[in-house]
Design a binder for this molecule. Structure first.
Ligand code: TRH
Length: 379
């Protein structure tokens, strides 16, 4: 079994790339006892997810992972036995040359973006020989197909259940956020999205609805629209807005593990991109996904493919309502009626979310499947 791993991550925009690369590196070190170097080109973004990271240090160790700043030009570094380019980033040319001169060539894996699309299954694990050097790169697609899986720490469910069973830990969590815990009759909704023109309409619907709603919005691109809508100069962490049945708090950016706890405590999670999307699934509560918008609408195929898989086994009416609401949210056209008909299926949505997480767990987790794959390719 190859023991030394290098994981490379470039932060393109947002936080999904580093969020995923970090979780993977940590799991490899903590659960698989591997020696892991994580090369990151933007430590400032990383520090938002893990405040222990010092953005000016070229080398540091966190949770057993050696975190290295990825500078340009790249310094000499002895390649590891397994090399992962996370989310299709490109390895430094100098490093690739160094891989090629090793007697035993490293196992080189391109860890791709997450997708439920059917073509992914056909491309998973395919080799791609380097055009010039004696190296082969393998494509590894995370997802809901055999041999792949998504990120899930071994103790994730246990940690979630322990947190949900501890009134003390939950009270401490709300204190850290500087908020009172939601009341028993309040619906707690987290809203992590890209800019979405449907947001004001949805907030109005919640304000005018019959149910008290506590909405928690992390700092991000949705805030500008929100401030304009509520006639505020600006919306910043600590801002609270009360309108009708709606109480909305703007949250500071939370450390990644803290954000997980927020998802666990909430009744419905609006999430985006890739990593929060997966974490909401492990929270076993209803969630609404805004996909990362791609050129020529390529993200619609991803949404459709996921819905196809996710809705399997869900009652027909709930499925139709979920599909309508998700589509409207991604089109940035969600209306009050679509939200109401979605949420009237709350019981079915909760039951299904729990079922789905059970089904996902049976696929095995991404880190373990990657370790197995690398072991098979290491000759
Ligand atoms: O930030 P994102 O939009 O990331 C996206 C996607 O990964 C997309 O596929 C990729 O192409 C693009 O980046 C470049 O959404 P995502 O994937 O949910 O990542 C957000 C990360 O931030 C996730 O690890 C959770 C974390 N997070 C916190 O740590 N604290 C917070 O308060 C919040 C709201 C999120």
């Amino acid at each position: 079994m190859p023991l030394r791993w290098d994981i490379f991550c470039t932060v393109v925009d947002n936080y999904g790339d580093i969020g995923i690369a970090w979780r993977l590196a940590r799991q490899m070190a903590v659960e698989h006892d591997l020696s892991v170097r994580l090369w990151v080109d933007d430590l400032t973004s990383f520090a938002k997810l893990r405040p222990e990271i010092d953005p000016v240090l070229a080398e540091q160790v966190l949770a057993g992972v050696e975190v290295r700043f990825w500078p340009k030009p790249f310094p000499h570094a002895e390649p590891a036995e397994v090399v992962i380019e996370a989310l299709a980033c490109h390895l430094p040319e100098e490093y690739v040359e160094a891989m090629a001169v090793r007697t035993k060539k490293p196992v080189w894996i391109n860890l791709e973006y997450l997708s439920a699309e059917a073509w992914v299954t056909g491309c998973h694990a395919l080799p791609s020989p380097h055009p010039r050097l004696p190296l082969t790169k393998y494509f590894f697609f995370p997802g809901w197909h055999e041999g792949a899986g998504v990120l899930q720490e071994a103790d994730l469910d246990r940690a979630r259940l322990a947190f949900l069973a501890s009134a003390q830990e939950q009270a401490a969590f709300w204190r850290r956020l500087g908020l009172f815990a939601p009341q028993a009759d309040e619906l707690c909704i987290t809203l992590f999205s890209y800019e979405n023109h449907a947001l004001p309409t949805l907030l109005d619907a919640w304000a005018a609805g019959g149910m008290p709603i506590r909405c928690l919005v992390p700092i991000g691109p949705s805030l500008a629209g929100l401030a304009t809508h509520f006639g505020l100069d600006h919306a910043a962490p600590g801002t609270t807005v009360r309108r009708g049945k709606l109480t909305l708090h703007v949250l500071p950016w939370l450390a990644q593990d803290e954000y997980d706890r927020l998802l666990w405590l909430s009744d419905c999670n609006f999430v985006r991109g890739e990593d929060s999307f997966v974490r909401a699934q492990w929270a076993r509560a209803p969630f609404v996904w805004q996909a990362y918008r791609q050129e020529r609408g390529a993200h619609w195929a991803k949404i459709e493919a996921f819905l196809e898989r996710y809705c399997e086994g869900m009652a027909a009416e709930a499925t139709a309502a979920l599909r309508r609401f998700w589509t409207a949210w991604n089109r940035e056209e969600a209306q009050a009626g679509e939200w109401r008909s979605y949420w009237q299926h709350r019981a079915e949505l909760c039951h299904h979310a729990n079922d789905w997480a059970g089904r996902m767990a049976r696929l095995g987790d991404l880190a373990t499947n990657l370790v197995k794959f690398a072991g098979e390719k290491d000759q």
